[in-house]
Design a binder for this molecule. Sequence first.
Ligand code: NFS
Ligand code: SF4
Length: 651
Amino acid sequence: MVDIFLEKEKLIDEKSHDYGLLDEVSVKLIKKEEKEAHTTVFQRLAKQEPQCGFGELGVCCRMCYMGPCRIDVFNTGGPQTGVCGATADTIVARNLLRETVGGASSHVEHAQEIAEILRDVAEGKLDNYKITDKEKLIAIAKNLGIVTENKDVRQIALEVVEVSLNDLYKLDKTPSRWIKGYSPKSSYSKWEKLGIVPTNIWQTITNAMHRTSMGNDADPVNIMLADLRMGLVDGFGLTMATELSDVLFGTPNLVHSYANLATIKEEYVNIAVHGHNPALSEKVLEWADKLNDQAKAVGAKGINIIGVCCTGNEVLMRHGIPLAANEMQAELALITGAVDAMVVDFQCIWPILGQVASCYHTKLITTVPYVKIPGATHIEFSPEKADEVAKKIVEMGIEAYQNRNPTRIFIPDHPEEIYAGFSVEAILNILKKVSPEDPLKPLIDNIINGNIYGIVAIVGCPNPKTRKILFTERMVKELIKHNILVVVTGCIAHITAQAGFMNPKKIKEFEVGEGLKAVLKALGQQIGLESLPLVLHMGSCVDNSRIGVLLKAISEKLNIDVSALPVVGSAPELITEKAVSIGTWVLDLGVPVHVCPPLRVQGGPQVTNILTKDLKNLTGGELYIECNPEKAAKGIVERIKNKRVALGLKA
Ligand code: NFS
Ligand code: SF4
């Protein structure tokens, strides 16, 4: 067992003062929050410390009322089983599967809501949304095995929706068509052998909850197979959400924009969009445009929409809306005193926002019937009422603007310039300029010759535990020295954007491997930039599916296993169950996954072994826990090196 307490010590070791290595502006805002709202994330975290060791190791169980039970994993004479006889490994495996369910159901429900909008549009019941990207729709249909010839767009959309909703509820026991259509062939055949391909998605989720309740599955290996299956359910949700959103709202292409809290503008009505579902934020954008004059009439220069967390990524990728704040910075956005309304949908919205907003003039607006927050105004969103709701929200922002307290305003200077929008389609369009017939060739050639040593996808959240030591920034700095091409999504995209990694003009400020530098420069110049950014922003967390699509394309073109590719995934600052389920899907694909904080499995030696060792022979994946950024980068590079050596490439 990796000593978790040692890992934790490392995190604490490295904080140079209370706010660790955080930049001056963030610290200034945090102090302002402490003074004006009497709370900060770091205070709240400190009050929780020391956090429960049983919880961190995954060995507490509260699945029934004979418990809660916990296991003494250090053998100091404490219990070795729960009241029912469940062992540490059983408890750890059950807890992990339930975490994965939490993440997967978030993504699946997100996907379902988008699919239902597409259905209503195609059926002609909804006229306030439209099919924006027909080409993408046809590509999806083909991936799902739907014949598109001689069919009109509406018909194709209806058939795509039918397959999508049928995957969710299907009564026959055939495998999910989305999973089959979007997965690399070599990975898929491994899943078939393991018997983990889901059929009915919702039933797979129900079964996971059932089997982990008291007195059911006690076999850690069997539960871990269910966990791997749940990873595929997550991949299904991610892929369907991204692909159908592209159909409705457009597939992202290169955009120029700005990042950090300096994108809030004092003279404008500032409306923050926060959450995950573009169905709402797209409409808010539309109405901000329509009501701009109304804002001017009350003395503002106009309306400024800013993006928070993954909604921020969605509207940046498709419209170039500034990327103001990651999940952890959402409350700091309110502390500027200049956010007039913050509208949220679902996921990653901290309850503290209600309390903090109440200290200012800011209107916090919840919109989803199953996501309400004390202190917020609730305006229920539904696709049919989308225009009415978005209009009302923007009007509330304009009204609140007039109630600002000028003495409370502090907006940082210097927004960071960024380039983003790197969907797979956008990447291929750039590569096509070099190699029109075979766009993947330049990418693959440069991986083979070592200019690109490997690809690392860094995904997930901003955890206050790891923010203090700037985990992501430090790890990225190491990776780019080694010619690693870094792609990002989610809140890690916010972090890397704010750190200057998405600004081509700043490349000279970093130590970058010569090969990588040359490739980025050559490709950037194809699209009129001095270089591509050091880190490619591929979208929100559901857009991790874009990385999956790219891996499928590369592995099938080369006819080699995904697990053989010099590719690693990392969630260096994970917070949510969604990050756990995404990681599980990446392990399914056969890619090593680095995480910090440690996944809560280390109290179960058998489960830990499965994830860190046995999995290599099953899917090719491998869990890698490391909580020192430089060491993590080293471990990642080592794994890539091993893959290169195995492929006979220059190491
Ligand atoms: Ni992903 Fe995106 Fe951010 Fe983490 Fe939350 S917003 S869905 S879970 S915190 S990256
Ligand atoms: Fe304890 Fe077993 Fe109940 Fe869990 S299911 S709380 S281990 S008795």
